[in-house]
Design a protein around this ligand. Structure first.
Ligand SMILES: NC(=O)c1ccc[n+]([C@@H]2O[C@H](COP(=O)([O-])OP(=O)(O)OC[C@H]3O[C@@H](n4cnc5c(N)ncnc54)[C@H](OP(=O)(O)O)[C@@H]3O)[C@@H](O)[C@H]2O)c1
Length: 316
């Protein structure tokens, strides 16, 4: 991780930073000098927070911000807290938090949980933080996706309220949405001449708790074999973090780009530019997802692209 440059004076926000890949990203950004705001769900026990862990890494460079991305009102409040804690400037936003293979679950706002947590919460957070991002000279947003986005579909009429539910399909679709959002945000910034760079990264196959509860509780034959196959190929959260860190800091990564591990099957290896499915870069689908997400989250992004007022945070 030595390739991450000195980040002194920069501020980074990382969602899902209480454990797993997000924790590894947050710790490394703090080690490199950034002030890191770590979003975590409020239920996490004290002493296991990213900030507590980060304090072992480097002094007081990490602050925890409680936020359940499954509740849009909390997202608005968290954005206001972040703006207060950072003095209104965010250089890097890493939209990393995620859930997988949940039983049928709705968010506090009534949306399918994978779509709500993995996509809508991050869409709203990014929109609410746009003023702070635009106060940084070279702001960057990193959306965390997966190679499994290749199996995803975007159905505008069913994304938030699917008629038929499968827990893995819901995850695949949400990871496709992460890439469509990356492209939608890239287009939004480009059309308005904003200096914001929107990029995506996937970590490969990583040894974390993601999806494991669902698998252990109810592993069918095919899933059990898939789990066995993936377990043999997983790398550590620190290694999985590398593509996110490069996406967050490498000045040569262009807007709309995707990074992932360069080894066989993109499971592990050093971060390199990766290929996205064609339907994940379709500008019409990106625009439809953008409009749908604006509608479902209370329009956190300003239509005219002007620097929005800082107090737009809580509109849901
Ligand atoms: N692991 C892999 O092999 C793999 C592969 C491809 C992509 N990814 C992606 O990598 C990202 C990180 O996953 P991981 O493997 O590190 O998983 P993980 O260890 O299970 O961590 C998930 C993180 O997301 C947070 N989170 C979950 N629900 C949330 C909610 N409602 N509101 C706020 N935060 C929430 C969790 O917060 P709490 O700790 O507070 O619960 C946790 O910090 C995800 O986007 C995932 O899709 C992972």
């Amino acid at each position: 991780m030595s390739e991450v440059p000195d980040l002194s004076g920069r501020t980074a926000v990382v969602t899902g930073a209480g454990r797993g890949i997000g924790l590894a990203v947050a710790e490394q950004l703090a080690r490199c000098g950034a002030h890191v705001l770590t979003l975590r769900t409020a239920g996490e026990e004290e002493g296991h927070t990213a900030a507590a862990s980060g304090q072992r890494v480097r002094g007081d460079r990490m602050d925890d911000v409680p936020c359940d991305l499954a509740e849009l009102a909390q997202v608005g409040r968290a954005a206001r807290d972040i703006i207060g804690l950072t003095g209104g400037r965010v250089d890097i936003l890493v939209n990393n938090a995620g859930v997988a293979a949940l039983p049928p679950t709705r968010s506090a706002d009534g949306h399918e949980a994978h779509f709500a947590i993995n996509h809508l919460g991050h869409f709203a957070l990014t929109g609410h933080l746009l003023p702070a991002l635009l106060n940084a000279p070279q702001p960057r947003v990193v959306n965390v996706t997966s190679v499994l986005h290749w199996l995803g579909r975007f159905r505008p009429d069913q994304a938030a309220t699917p008629r038929r539910y499968h827990r893995w399909t819901a995850y695949f679709d949400s990871k496709l949405a992460n890439l469509l959002f990356t492209h939608g945000l890239h287009a939004f910034a480009g059309a308005r001449g904003l200096p914001l760079r929107s990029v995506a990264a996937h970590p490969g196959l990583v040894d974390t708790t993601l999806g494991s509860r669902g698998l252990r509780a109810d592993a069918r034959h095919l899933e059990a074999r898939a789990l066995e196959w993936t377990q043999a190929r997983r790398h550590s959260p620190e290694q999985g973090a590398l593509s996110l860190l490069r996406a967050a800091t490498d000045p040569h990564i262009g807007g709309g780009g995707l990074l992932g591990p360069g080894g066989p099957g993109e499971c592990s290896g050093p971060p390199v530019p990766a290929r996205a499915a064609r339907r994940a870069t379709d500008p019409r689908a990106a625009e439809r997802l953008w409009q749908l997400s604006q509608h479902l989250t209370g329009h956190p992004f300003p239509a005219d692209g002007s620097k929005p007022a800082r107090d737009r945070g809580e509109n849901r």
